[in-house]
Design a protein around this ligand. Structure first.
Ligand SMILES: [Zn+2]
Length: 97
């Protein structure tokens, strides 16, 4: 399965959001609905593991194929080949934040 960087990043964002919502649901339902809470809790953990797996395997620079792990959600410039991940243009060191 081949992801492009932005599609993978959107999937990661969606999964993180889903995991966060499930954590909240698990927290809210704890006590009265223990079994429901457990289901949501485990699903949230599973979703997070899946999310990290996607980050690890799919978030790669499309130009130099380097893994982008740090700040993968907000990064715009590949830290390895210094190309803009959108345009592919080389970026000077100064403009990287
Ligand atoms: Zn790169």
């Amino acid at each position: 399965m081949k992801f492009d960087f932005f599609r993978a990043r959107n999937v990661v964002k969606g999964l993180l959001m889903a995991a966060a919502i499930m954590c909240v649901v698990a927290f809210v339902t704890t006590g009265e609905y223990k079994s429901i809470s457990a289901i949501f809790g485990y699903t949230a953990i599973g979703t997070m593991i899946l999310t990290f797996a996607i980050i690890f395997f799919a978030l790669r620079c499309p130009y130099c194929d380097a893994r982008i792990l740090r700040r993968a959600i907000t990064i715009k410039v590949c830290p390895h080949c210094r190309r803009n991940l959108v345009s592919g243009m080389k970026v000077k060191r100064k403009s990287i934040k």
